[in-house]
Ligand binder design. Structure first.
Ligand code: NAP
Length: 356
């Protein structure tokens, strides 16, 4: 009988929308031991050990990663937010460099480093960009942290036994709480507050954003694709766009989301969410009490600036994900169903009201 020796994955950014689901997926696979790395750390479970490490603190990294000799796969999905595109580069590079400088001499059987990126490599955050974006499209004018991180890894990998992959999702939908770059949760909180105020569920985006073509990436699908690329020889030293596989326009999906919450959708009205949702903390706390919800902090549930960013895209926002299919990854997710499944999950977890 062939006995499969377990791999050990280091998931960097373990509490994030992406990292959390990646850990769940690896544990479900049954062939991985997992080390989760974040600043806050977390509860250990069977085959999961959490490390609380600040990747911006070189000494902390050196001290705490010395026991990571069994790690043979790194899944990098840590992220430091900053107020400008240029300011993102320094901390996000520093975290990756500190990690690699420490882990390479320790993890002597390192096989793969998976880097989580996004459509920023295509300039999607700057304005209308070429759609569908392809992995081998010409790069954009720096500074752009995803691209700097990939170049660093590509150079670092030369002559080494390990390979890298770069995974490029669209906006991600997942169940992670506490790191609020989660659009589905943001919409759920916005809907719950609108409903409590007896308002319709108005689309709050910029004029034009309601009509453009969009796509999203389910965190579960992303986890599966990420592990596929990292474990499959065809994925070595390659970048892959990963999206659900369908496109949508908010004008078609939004009324269905309103239906889900049993609300009228009303006429779209541009609302800068970071301004208008700022004073809703006590309202949210009263909703939590009224519906006996878990006491998750308002500021940990929704990053309204992230919502403003996504709802400002009055241009098409999608990439070509056929490369992953050509290389052997064939899974897909229905985006409408993803929203409803995740809303159901937030109700089940006591994050938003169930209303009856
Ligand atoms: N969310 C999306 O819709 C989306 C879409 C496309 C691409 N992406 C990209 O995917 C990557 C991950 O994004 P995400 O949404 O999963 O981010 P996230 O939810 O904000 O999670 C970031 C993770 O990094 C950890 N972290 C932050 N600073 C750290 C530090 N100094 N040391 C150690 N850990 C640190 C955080 O945990 P602690 O706070 O506990 O440290 C958290 O676990 C980013 O590059 C992002 O641009 C995200």
């Amino acid at each position: 009988m062939e006995i499969k020796i377990k791999d050990t994955a280091l998931v960097v950014g373990a509490n994030g929308v992406i990292g959390k689901k990646l850990i769940d997926f690896l544990l479900e696979e049954g062939t991985w031991d997992v080390v989760g790395l974040s600043r806050k750390g977390g509860k250990d479970r069977d085959r999961l050990k959490n490390l609380a490490v600040d990747l911006l603190d070189r000494h902390d990294v050196q001290e705490k990663l010395q026991d990571c000799g069994s790690v043979n796969h790194i899944f990098y999905a840590a992220y430091q937010d900053r107020p400008s595109w240029e300011a993102l580069v320094k901390p996000n590079m520093e975290m990756l460099v500190n990690l690699m400088n420490t882990i390479e001499p320790v993890a002597l059987n390192l096989q793969h480093v998976s880097l989580m990126q996004g459509y920023k490599v295509y300039g999607a955050h700057l304005g209308p960009f070429k759609t569908p974006a392809k992995e081998d499209d010409a790069g954009i004018m720096p500074p752009e942290f995803n691209w700097s991180q990939q170049q660093f890894l590509q150079e670092r990998q030369q002559g080494k036994n390990w390979s890298w992959s770069a995974i490029r999702p669209s906006v991600v939908g997942g169940t992670s709480l506490g790191n609020p770059m989660n659009l589905v949760l943001l919409i759920a909180v916005y809907a719950s507050i609108s409903k409590e105020l007896k308002l319709p569920l108005r689309f709050p985006g910029k004029p034009g954003a309601y009509h453009t073509l969009m796509e999203m990436t389910d965190a579960g699908l992303l986890a599966k694709a990420t592990v596929w690329a990292a474990s499959n020889p065809a994925g070595a030293n390659q970048a892959f766009n990963i999206a659900n596989g369908d496109l949508f326009r908010w004008r078609d999906l939004w009324p269905k989301i309103a239906d889900y919450f049993d609300m009228p959708s009303g006429t779209p009205l541009y609302l800068p969410l970071q301004d208008v949702m700022k004073d809703k903390v006590s309202l949210w706390e009263s909703i939590q009490r009224k519906y006996d919800l878990c006491q998750y902090k308002y500021e940990n549930l929704s990053n309204w600036a992230f919502g403003d960013f996504v709802f400002s895209w009055n241009y098409d926002f999608f990439a070509d994900s056929t490369k992953a299919r050509r290389f052997g990854f064939h899974d897909y997710v229905d985006t409408e169903q993803m929203f409803f499944k995740l809303f159901d999950e937030f109700k089940k977890q006591g994050v938003i009201p169930t209303y009856g």
